[in-house]
Design a protein around this ligand. Sequence first.
Ligand code: C2E
Ligand code: CA
Ligand code: CA
Length: 786
Amino acid sequence: MGNELRLGAGFVSSTRVLRCGLAFVTVVWIALSVFHPGPGGVYDGMRTAFGLLLTVTAGTLLALRLRGSSDEREMWRPAMLAGHVLGIGYVAQTTISGLDASVEHVPEPWRDLPLAAAMLLACGLLYRGLVQWNRFRTAMSDPADWLNGLSAVLALAGLGNLAIRWSGSPIGRWPWWQQQGWLLAMGAALMVLGTLCAVASIAELARDSRVWLLTAAVTVGLGGLVAAPWASGPTFAPGSSIQTCSLTALALLAYASSQDPEPSRSRPSTTSSTTAGTLVVLVSSVLILALCAGSGLSDRAAVVYALVAFAGASAQGVRMMRDLAHLAQSRLEARTDDLTGVANRRELMARLEIAVTEQTDVMLLLVDLDRFKDVNDRYGHATGDELLRHVAGMLQQAAPSHALLARIGGDEFAMLIRDTAGLDVETIVKSLVASIAGITEVYDRTVNVGVSIGIAVRDSSTASEDVDAGELLRRADVAMYVAKRNQADASVYDESLEWQARQRSERAEALRAILTSENAGALHGELVTHYQPQINASTGAITGVEALVRWQHPTLGLLAPDAFLPLAEEEGLMTRLTGHVLQQAVTQAAHWQGAQPVRIAVNVSASSLADPELLRLIDQALTSTGLPSQLLTIEITETALMSRPEEALEAVRRVSEMGVGISIDDYGTGYSSLTYLNDLAASELKIDRKLTQRVVTSPRTATIVAGTIKLAHHLGLRVVAEGVEDQSTHDALRGIECDELQGFFYGRPRPPDLLDNRLRPRGPLASIIPRSRDTHGDIATPHQAL
Ligand code: C2E
Ligand code: CA
Ligand code: CA
């Protein structure tokens, strides 16, 4: 830290001393050059000495700048080199002039070469530095800048050639190498000057004093060249205006480099100046060629320069065209969906915006895939992606020809149709639904997806209210959710859907409040658990109960699970709900334990099964009540197991390790593959009521159920049949050795106190006397599934 400070202070003071020295040397140099320009005499030696001193001081200052600042190194390194090159050129030129005068004659074309070449090279380096400076400030990148610079210099030199011819200037009588050297140096200086102006404006450097010092340096150099024909002639020799001015320019350049930079700010890139420069060069070279051809002002050098400049600018033009094509391509990519190639959300919204402002009839369809997640979960993302591509292709085919199809989310597509006259919504929906139903296989894997379509229409003739693009999309979304929830193909937005959506969101809020806060009961009612007995098929004794949740709603009465479970699932409340039921059910079961143990079965959804929180909830319920873990059974539906087999298997293994029983619920409704039973740590198989209820009427079903029971017994599983509603089913299931039975025949799901007298711990369990009609705990109708 201290060292840095000292270094900083030393740097500042040495810069100051050098700057003062440079100013002094420069003034003396100019004075000597102006007042004693001729060769020979005592002042000639002094001038040479001061020239050398100037070169060394300027070179040191430039080198110091490179040590002092790092972020502008890219600018000042070429500038420093340019200074050194000028210095070397000066020394070489002076040496040659000395040789020429004393020892031997140096051939003419070589005499001016060192300084002329040094000036050209210095211009090139300065140009490079400026371009870098611009990039540093503007983040603009243009790898072919040098092509631009060179073309510009040649075009300028070409124009100069023509101007000399046309004006009949005495320069025309100079030897050709002097003419061309002078013209090229002029062109280079002009080009650097132009670049400086461009950089100052593009990179907003106009307030930076260094830009003005650099401009002064280049202008002075240019001034020397311009003055040459009238002052010292086409010579670069000591005392010539060109030499005087070029060393003065070197001093100014060094002085500029020693200034502190203005605080910088990066600017967005622009290619307009490059484009303009290229155009100017192209036009100038064509002009030169036209003039040469048309007006008899034939000049070989001008033609050669113009041709090379034209070639350079054309190359630059071609490059710019290619860049434009790239730009167009990336703009296209910004508007399309990578995966499917149809439009993306941005494009849809842009087109929707236009359609809405143009007051045309607009129909917006939101097409959401059903069960896409299953495909992703079962077969992986590659298959999911391929399915989406299939879907996009099919929708595109089924859509009206002028519709715009876009993918606006994972498995969500939108279709914008303008000019809807003559189109029938129903026909469109039918063809879309049929097209998706046609996709049954992806990568040789069976898939089964459907769609829910939400439709919003904006009729320009009747639309009194202002419906913008966002609102139209929102309406289609509302309609789509209604379609999905009602398991309908499509739904068209109207005011009443809004009401339904509001109802739903109110219900979701209420459910959340019940599950998250203690005292929501008064306002929103509560979740209660009802219990349905399961009996031993041979003894008729109650061996277990299934816990079934209900919502005791303050205004709607007792709501069935299907009226709120999907809502809980969508709102991410399922695990909380499971925890709530688990705690209630296990507490109740602990209360019922008597001489005969009674098992309690709790339903767990696929999402809760996948939630690591489940194990903690089970553990908490068991430890807080003291219920032995063998008396708890978790019911998992077959479809839940199949939707995420790996995760499900792992969760089931952990639960069964706790000693908790696993029951496979709704067996016979899903993929019904007994093979996975082998890998699963299940203890019970629950035959779905759809099978149970056909056992009597369908001998085929009876055979399947009997076979299933046998196989399950082989695997060591207990079999429960649910949905037993009558004596004959009861008898049939007993006959094929079903272990346990559950159904309205033995009792509906009921509040715990209504089961108390059948389960109260008072010795051997009372056997069940089937009731012909058991109405307790009946559920409110209709079962609104919002
Ligand atoms: P489930 O697990 O298959 O539950 C059995 C359903 O069948 C219950 O409907 C029950 O009332 C009904 N049921 C019982 N015996 C008979 C019968 O003899 N005939 C007929 N027709 N039906 C009978 P519920 O209570 O409406 O429950 C519906 C579904 O909601 C349940 O089906 C279960 O999947 C789910 N569910 C209920 N409570 C919970 C819970 O706490 N958590 C979770 N995740 N799901 C639950
Ligand atoms: Ca169940
Ligand atoms: Ca079931």
